[in-house]
Design a binder for this molecule. Structure first.
Ligand SMILES: Nc1ncnc2c1ncn2[C@@H]1O[C@H](COP(=O)(O)OP(=O)(O)OP(=O)(O)O)[C@@H](O)[C@H]1O
Ligand SMILES: [Mg+2]
Length: 455
């Protein structure tokens, strides 16, 4: 016989656990009274002296004390303040750990913070939708679809030299001011995808507005979801921006859509993890980054890529571009190294090229996509190889040629590179408003190479 008791609702707390603030240091708060029922990743609410509520997350335990970090400011929180944890049915713990966001189709065209609150003054977002876990694990490797067909990125230099397939993940390595935001805006507008999800992590407030209004523009925004945590927000918020954007990308992927995920920047995400790790007592290991950063980074990046195959045999895809800041052209700093090892390719933006006025300032010789040449036709592969060879010869010889130390006629390979390289450079140039499909990109390159073949 069944008991005549209603099924427990998993979204309604079954009880409240109350703790107290016992200390504050740096960015973290010590809380007593929460043991036995709480774990790392649980969210608590702290009531400040003035009654103001601040959300916080448990990041560590020291003996019986929980160490929490606030999502907002610590102002007004003092020793003895109340901290409340909502106890849900423990069987739901795995589904709730790390928080959820109710995401739905109306997020497209909106700018939100990591908690899903609007930041664009366009009114509240309807709260209905499937709760998406912010810290979801990547899809099971055995159930994941293969990479999809070739994806049109709408940028000639990328379509030609780092051709990508749907579900591929690339790193974008660049110093400051060399054209990252402009390129990401072009990708959001031009890429042949259903939805673009853009995470802006740790940018200055002014840059966010410039990105949304100038780089993305109304046309790009219409098909995008932008998740923002600026540099003045707490490290937890900056970390959550990356996870919230990933959760949004997964929501659209699970509907079978082709999603483009752009993250600017994964370096700032790692810096947020560093601040969290250090204030919860982890030791700094590699250039100040605690070990947890290198454990957590692949967990985030692996979530992008092909989705699980659905019952209809199809799968959504998250094609992703993660920007990495390389200051002082140090391409070997630990985050750049770790990201390069995890992803399926990289695009390098170079200051030297930007200074010469060629935008986007992509060094195609140093950029690489691991799915090339498999995704191109034989003729396309030959064109790309030929262009790469010409550019490489030109790079090696240009100083000699400019100084007059090379005499034309000495080496036909160099003679051809001298003729062709500037024309290939012209193909790589692209203004921000221009869109170039894969076919148009190859036509342009084919035109240049065949012209110089006969001359
Ligand atoms: N495709 C392009 N065509 C013309 N100019 C460009 C192009 N891309 C970038 N630029 C120039 O480079 C400048 C810097 O670009 P952008 O703001 O995109 O760089 P960034 O790497 O995002 O900079 P930051 O590190 O400050 O965020 C722009 O103001 C613009 O003048
Ligand atoms: Mg920028």
């Amino acid at each position: 016989m069944r008991h005549a008791v209603a099924e427990p609702r998993h979204d309604v707390p079954v009880g409240i656990l109350e703790g107290r603030v016992t200390g504050l240091s740096g960015l973290s708060v010590s809380l007593s009274g929460l043991r036995d029922f709480t774990g790392v990743g649980d969210r608590v609410t702290i009531f400040g002296l003035d009654g103001r509520e601040t959300g916080a997350e448990i990041v560590a335990f020291r003996d019986d004390t929980a160490i929490a970090m606030p999502y907002g400011s610590l102002e007004g929180i003092g020793s003895g303040c109340r901290a409340v944890f909502h106890l849900f049915d423990q069987t739901q713990r795995r589904r709730r750990a790390g928080g959820t966001l109710s995401i739905n189709g109306s997020w497209q065209g909106r700018v939100v913070d990591p908690m899903g609150r609007p930041m664009d003054g366009k009114g509240p977002l309807p709260p209905d939708g499937t709760p998406q876990r912010l810290h979801a694990p990547p899809p099971d490797a055995a159930l994941r679809a293969r990479l999809g067909p070739r994806i049109d990125l709408g940028v000639r230099a990328l379509n030609l030299f780092t051709t990508c397939r749907e579900g591929q993940r690339l790193g974008l390595f660049a110093g400051s001011g060399v054209g990252k935001s402009t390129l990401l805006g072009m990708l959001a507008r031009n890429t042949d995808c259903d939805v673009a999800v853009i995470a802006l992590v740790g940018e200055r407030g002014r840059e966010v507005r410039e990105f949304v209004e100038d780089d993305l523009g109304p046309e790009g925004l219409a098909k995008s979801v932008v998740v923002v945590a600026t540099s003045d927000t707490s490290p937890l918020m900056r970390r959550e921006a990356a996870y919230a954007a990933m959760a949004a990308a997964e929501y659209f992927r699970d509907q079978g859509k082709s999603v483009l995920m752009l993250m600017d920047s994964v370096t700032r995400f790692c810096q947020a993890l560093r601040e969290i790790g250090l204030s919860s007592g982890e030791p700094p290991a590699t250039r100040g980054y605690p070990p947890s950063v290198f454990a957590e980074l692949p967990r985030l990046l692996e979530r992008a890529g092909p989705g699980p195959v659905g019952p209809n045999g199809k799968a959504g895809q998250i094609t992703a571009m993660f920007s990495v800041l390389v200051e002082g052209d140090d391409h070997n700093e630990p985050i750049a190294d770790a990201v390069r090892g995890i992803l399926d390719g990289h695009v390098v933006l170079e200051r030297r090229i930007a200074e010469a006025g060629r935008y986007p300032a992509i060094n195609v010789l140093r950029s690489l996509s691991r799915t090339v040449p498999g995704c191109n036709s034989a003729e396309e592969n030959i064109l790309v190889q030929e262009a790469r060879a010409d550019l490489a010869t030109w790079e090696e010889m240009q100083d000699m040629v400019r100084l007059g130390a090379y005499r034309s006629g000495n080496d036909p390979k160099v003679d051809k590179a001298v003729r062709v390289a500037p024309a290939i450079e012209d193909v790589l140039k692209q203004s921000r408003g221009e869109n170039a499909t894969i076919a148009e990109s190859f036509d342009a390159l084919r035109g240049v190479l065949s012209l110089h073949e006969t001359s």
